[in-house]
Design a protein. Structure first.
Length: 130
């Protein structure tokens, strides 16, 4: 018959024989858009207006019809929980979770630097830690 003290001993022995590891990470790439994309007026705004509102782009593409500024912001949460045998290093259980969100904006200019098109997508919101 197993007593309460005996059960606690087995539980303590089980905890000592297993090791668990939890890793929680959050990474950011780029910077959030500083301005409002609706402030860019097609056919009227210039490169200097866009640079003043949003700062330097992440990428500048030189195209046959002009340039394109690309702004990107990525936010990523990752969680990993692993149960591993501390002696043999055998993984008994691993759980991974990845949550990514992106903001993007592309501004297309003609050869004289006037905005000819704007496309933006904003998806970054508060994300859960786990």
């Amino acid at each position: 018959m197993v007593t309460v003290v005996g059960a606690y001993r087995w539980l303590l022995l089980g905890l000592l024989l297993t090791a668990g590891c939890t890793t929680i990470g959050r990474s950011y790439r780029g910077v959030p858009l500083r301005g409002d994309p609706s402030a860019i007026v097609e056919g009227q705004s210039t490169k200097s207006d866009v640079l003043r509102l949003f700062g330097p782009p992440d990428v500048i593409n030189h195209q046959t019809t002009g340039d394109a500024f690309v702004y990107r912001y990525r936010r990523q949460n990752s969680t990993q929980v692993r149960v591993q045998d501390p002696i043999t290093n055998i993984n008994w259980f691993t759980y991974n979770r990845l949550n990514e969100q992106f903001d993007r904006m592309v501004v297309i200019f003609d050869f004289i630097g006037i905005v000819r098109g704007v496309a933006h997508e904003q998806n970054v919101e508060d994300m859960p830690i786990l």
